[in-house]
Design a protein around this ligand. Sequence first.
Ligand code: FES
Ligand SMILES: [Fe+2]
Length: 399
Amino acid sequence: MSATTESLFRGTIADLPARIDVAAQIAPEHYALERERIWRRAWLAIGHTQDLPAKGSYFVYDIPTFSMSLLVVRGQDDRVRVFHNICRHRGNKLERGGAGCKSHFTCNFHGWVFNNDGALRLITDEKEFEDCDKSALGLIPVHSAVWNTMIFINLAEEPHCSLAEWLGDLHGQYDGYFEEREKVAAFKAVVHANWHLAVNAFTEGYHTLYLHKSTARDYQGGRTNPERHRPHIEILERHHRYSAPGNPDKVFVRGEKVAAKYGRLMIPAFDFDSSALPPGVNAARHDKWAFDVVEFFPNLVMLQGNCWQNEITYWPIDAGRTLILNQAWAYKAKNLGERLSRSYFRARVRDVFREDLNTLEAQQAALSTGAMREVVLSRQEMALRHHYKVSARMLGGEL
Ligand code: FES
Ligand SMILES: [Fe+2]
């Protein structure tokens, strides 16, 4: 067997610890601090502008971490705004859930009406209110910003940095990448596991050879890279990303051949020209590239392919439970063949994802006993090592 591929590391890795006291990381008292120092200060991904296709489009986004409901709206002026989903009269939940398109929102309690830019338009029986300034009773805004097509929020009273600063080196490297996509699947799961464990399950490729041996048997690695080392692992200040190695020896099964005939090859796909991709995707321009994994610390892990992305968004419910939202996005299908082809690949990825989820509750239960405090992490798990360093720096107020 040939010598295996060595990973190319970019960024500072010398100080990333190889042993982590995970039992301490998942403790309830630790989570109480994280909630305020990480989750309330970080820029957090909540969706895409494609979820708001027209003026007046909106969706409700509930955040269990803060028992908070948000209303995300595209106004008549085309601007995307995020508000607390709270009626300014007596605090009723303004929209009960879901998504749609409205020029205004009417509270079902006493009928107050708000424009889709948040302004209070109508107070029913207004003359009975004394000293009531309508202009001061608009919906309560949440700090938000759009990067490419991605919508982020910040729940601090005043964000300590801009979204551009938060994203750092990622900021200018994905222009155009998200635009020609449509959502092809979405589901959510509540797992009885701490958010760190849930994020960690999706940011290393070491497990793929074993956990996914049935569902994704030969997508990655191959003769020249039997251990499936990541060809490129990049550690940024808050975030990180790596490329997964496509397997040039992969034998395509019949279903894959048919799906590739009628649509675009999604997973595995490594025999295409990466030069059309923005510089952030397959940043090292590895010639056997399969896809990238990017952690947008703390709440989003994104798998990025040639014509698709899979987004896993995390919201802690408490120290031992996490809400996980999974969304698959792919190229816009032009005909039935492409739709069927996308569906085939989507189903394959779904099965792999379920295997990843299936490890979490057992780890949580085991680590909660305190019988084993530390985990040991390899160089292939460098992203996890970095994740805990970023957490510690945020807890310490450094980031
Ligand atoms: S609580 Fe909304 S109108 Fe009264
Ligand atoms: Fe996996």
